[in-house]
Design a protein around this ligand. Structure first.
Ligand SMILES: [Zn+2]
Length: 170
């Protein structure tokens, strides 16, 4: 381990919904995004993904009790010190809008022959309309039917609820 550097750069990461499609996830360099549902099912502790501003590597991010969340900012800014990317970049990350965007769930169906296949996808947005827009951006080449879009209750509300067992869709 490399010891904490006092000269580590402070890098701000805006919250951007990365596009998802058949080819996987498309990271936006220098931003963070909420963990897509497919990954969260496998690794529920991973709450976010960061994309290195230097080399574009994707870093899984699990919130720690030592992380500082500045709630003087209305939208919450999370600070994590001494993150190091595999490219060697050592930095203090500030994740902007940590709790500004709400988590939305989009329930939708795709079609496999005559069979209807139900899906749920989680994404963050500020409104239902924005959630629909982001979803559509990520599924441009698919045929689907949106069944419903609703905010997920409680995901960011209780930091002790780390297993997110109280995830609900209204
Ligand atoms: Zn890097």
């Amino acid at each position: 381990m490399i010891s904490a550097s006092q000269s580590a750069r402070v890098i701000e990461f805006p919250c951007i919904p990365w596009k998802l499609d058949d080819g996987g996830i498309h990271p936006e360099k220098g931003s963070w995004t909420l963990t897509p549902q497919s990954l969260r099912e496998l690794r529920p502790e991973i709450e976010a993904l960061l994309c290195c501003p230097n080399c574009s590597a994707v870093m899984p991010f699990a919130k720690l009790p030592t992380d500082d969340i500045d709630r003087k900012h209305q939208t919450g800014v999370l600070t994590r010190r001494d993150l190091q990317c595999k490219c060697g970049l050592l930095f203090t990350a500030k994740l902007l809008d940590w709790d500004k965007r709400r988590l939305y769930c989009v329930a939708y169906e795709t079609f496999r022959g005559l069979e209807i296949v139900p899906h749920k996808e989680y994404l963050h947005a500020e409104t239902d309309v924005q959630a629909r827009y982001f979803f559509e951006q990520g599924h441009v080449r698919e045929r689907y039917n949106i069944v419903g879009i609703a905010p997920v209750v409680g995901y960011f509300a209780d930091e002790k609820d780390r297993d997110a067992k109280r995830l609900m869709v209204d």
